[in-house]
Design a protein around this ligand. Structure first.
Ligand SMILES: C[S@@+](CC[C@H](N)C(=O)[O-])C[C@H]1O[C@@H](n2cnc3c(N)ncnc32)[C@H](O)[C@@H]1O
Length: 256
C-alpha cells in the first residue's frame, strides 16, 4: 500500500460518500456566489456538485494528494485544481464559499484552521464543513482493538485518529471568529452487501494509517482479524446484508 490516497478505492462507494456533500450543499444560505473553493476536493466528486449548482462561479479545488488531483482534473478539465495543504493554505478574502466535505477530520488542529478561515473571509461568506464523527463506531474501535492484538502492534501505535471535539467547541470557536453557526449531526445507515464490503469502505479512509506501516503478510493478517470482528459487530439483516451506522457532523458558518 502506498502512502498516497487511492482514487479508485475511494470511489468504490462514490454515491454514499457524495451524499453528505449533497446534504451539506442543500443547507447553504447563499444565492449570489462568484468564488468557491473545494478544500480537500479528492477525486472531484464534491467539486462536481459545486460546479453544477453555480455554473457561472469561479470554482477551484485543492488537495494534498497527487493521485486525487489527477482524477479530479480528468473529471472536470475546466476547473483549476492545485496542490495545497488545508492547514497552511489561506483563502482569498473575496471568496463566497469554502466547502470541505470529509477532509478536516484528518487535521488534528482543524478548529483553529477553520476559525482562521472565518477571520480571513469577507462578511457574508460561508464556510461549510462535513466530517465523519465515527470514532466511537465499531468500525473504528475495532481497528484499534485489532491492532493491539497483533504481534506487530508496536508498528501501529499512533495509527488511530483522535475523536472530534464536542460540537459546542466548534460553535464557540467559529462564533468567536465572527460567524453565525448552524451545526447538526446526521446518522446514515448505509446498506452494505456483507462485512467484507464494510472493510472495503474503510480501506480507503480510516484504515489507511493502519495498513500503511505493514508489509503484505501483516496486512493480510490484520484484515482477516478485522473483518471477522466487523462481521460480529454488524449483524446480518434478514437478507444477509449489513447496515453501516455512520454519524457525521455538519457545520455551516456564515461570517457576520
Ligand atoms: C475523504 S476524501 C474527500 C474527498 C471529497 N471532498 C468528497 O467529498 O468525497 C478526503 C480528501 O482530503 C484530502 N486531504 C487530507 N488531508 C488534507 C490536507 N491537509 N489538505 C488538503 N487535503 C487533504 C485527501 O487527500 C483526500 O482526497
Amino acid at each position: 500500500m502506498t502512502s498516497d490516497w487511492s482514487a479508485s478505492q475511494y470511489l468504490l462507494y462514490a454515491d454514499e460518500r457524495t451524499r453528505p456533500a449533497r446534504d451539506l450543499l442543500a443547507q447553504l444560505p447563499l444565492t449570489d456566489v462568484r468564488k468557491v473553493v473545494d478544500i480537500g476536493c479528492g477525486p472531484g466528486n464534491s467539486t462536481e456538485l459545486l460546479v453544477a449548482r453555480w455554473p457561472n462561479a469561479e470554482v477551484s479545488g485543492f488537495d494534498t494528494s497527487p493521485a486525487m488531483l489527477a482524477e479530479a482534473r480528468k473529471r472536470l478539465p475546466q476547473v483549476r485544481f492545485f496542490q495545497a495543504d488545508a492547514g497552511e493554505w489561506t483563502p482569498e478574502p473575496d471568496t463566497d464559499l469554502l466547502f470541505a466535505n470529509a477532509v478536516f477530520q484528518w487535521l488534528p488542529d482543524h478548529i483553529e484552521v477553520l476559525a482562521q478561515y472565518v477571520r480571513t473571509v469577507k462578511t457574508g461568506a460561508v464556510l461549510a464543513v462535513q466530517m465523519p464523527d465515527n470514532l466511537a463506531e465499531p468500525t473504528h474501535r475495532l481497528m484499534s482493538q485489532t491492532a493491539a492484538a497483533m504481534p506487530f502492534a508496536d508498528k501501529l501505535a499512533g495509527a488511530a485518529r483522535e475523536p472530534l471535539p464536542p460540537v459546542t467547541t466548534y460553535v464557540d470557536a467559529l462564533s468567536a471568529a465572527g460567524a453565525a453557526v448552524d451545526a447538526w449531526h446526521t446518522i446514515y445507515n448505509h446498506p452494505m452487501k456483507d462485512a467484507a464490503a464494510i472493510v472495503e469502505w474503510v480501506k480507503s479512509t480510516g484504515l489507511r494509517p493502519f495498513l500503511a506501516p505493514l508489509d503484505e503478510g501483516e496486512q493480510q493478517r490484520f484484515l482477516e482479524a478485522y473483518e471477522a470482528a466487523v462481521a460480529e459487530a454488524y449483524p446480518p439483516l434478514a437478507d444477509g446484508s449489513r447496515l453501516l451506522h455512520f454519524p457525521r457532523l455538519f457545520l455551516v458558518a456564515r461570517k457576520g
